[in-house]
Design a protein around this ligand. Structure first.
Ligand SMILES: [Mg+2]
Length: 274
């Protein structure tokens, strides 16, 4: 990325974090730690990698992005709103009674491909989209962002096997690998290590990158597929709650609300970040 593109990504990440904090504060709840964890990945994906168009969110040749960890969907909603898929004012109605935006993401919202939030649903659907594209001879790609918790689900591993079996190299799995999930450390719940070796054994092409270094995110996503004839996986090493000191690496902020005081403290930290 050039300096201008990097600046755009950094500013968008900052805006996404602040939107998420305000949305969770106003909605009185939400998966804030999960949102902040992926807040540096989505801006790079949407401004530099995906072939999408806010004015025509259903254009047939668009790249598809499925957020499997749809419980943290406010980060995606904030990204889409900032890019013009729908009005920013909708964010004020997140998680509110009769509001436009639900706590888990819905495909009724422009730019959202699939309703998710229950774990393990995203990758199987992404497989179906990859198969459909291959069968129709289409060139668009299918991206699916999964969490540690997603990878505890058998449905995700069925999808991993299916994609490799059929050589769907138009499929890209992005892992938000913060090593925490709702109730604690992943290694104490279902240990995914060594995730890279596991996926390679399953015949995926795999890379790892720092999920908060936007240049590194761009570098690894620039040249897809990672290997012709194989599905690609990028394991992004991330920090749950990234950007807010009292939330970072603390699974107790997987889900929760924010007092006025904590909101002010969190926004101050995000705004001050370099
Ligand atoms: Mg996690």
């Amino acid at each position: 990325m050039n300096d201008e593109q990097l600046k755009t990504c950094r500013e968008l990440a900052k805006k996404v974090r602040i939107h998420c904090l305000k949305m969770v504060h106003k909605g009185k709840s939400g998966h804030i730690g999960s949102m902040l964890s992926m807040a540096d990945i989505l801006p790079v994906l949407y401004t530099q990698i995906l072939n999408t168009a806010p004015a025509s969110p259903k254009k047939p040749d668009r790249d598809r992005f499925i957020l499997s960890k749809g419980h943290g969907g406010a980060a995606l909603l904030a990204t889409l709103a900032e890019l013009g898929f729908f009005p920013l004012s909708w964010l004020d109605e997140y998680y509110c009674d009769n509001g436009k935006l639900s706590g888990h993401i819905s495909h009724h919202i422009p730019g959202v491909e699939f309703s998710t939030g229950s774990l393990g649903h995203g990758l199987p659907v992404a497989c179906g989209m990859a198969m459909a594209a291959k069968q129709a001879g289409k060139k668009h790609r299918i991206f699916c962002l999964v969490s540690d918790g997603d990878l505890d689900e058998g449905s995700s591993w069925e999808a991993v096997m299916l994609a490799a079996q059929h050589h769907w190299d138009n499929l890209v799995m992005l892992v938000d690998y913060n090593r925490l999930q709702a109730l604690g450390k992943s290694r104490d719940i279902i240990d995914l290590e060594s995730l890279k070796e596991k996926l390679e054994i399953f015949n995926w092409a795999v890379r790892e990158a720092d999920g908060h270094d936007q240049n590194a995110i761009f570098e690894v996503l620039r040249d897809l597929p990672l290997c012709n004839g194989k599905p690609s996986a990028v394991i992004f090493h991330t920090v749950k709650g990234k950007g807010v000191s009292f939330m970072e690496n603390n699974y107790k902020w997987h889900y929760g609300g924010l007092t006025d005081e904590l909101l002010a403290k969190a926004i101050k930290e995000v705004e001050a970040a370099k």
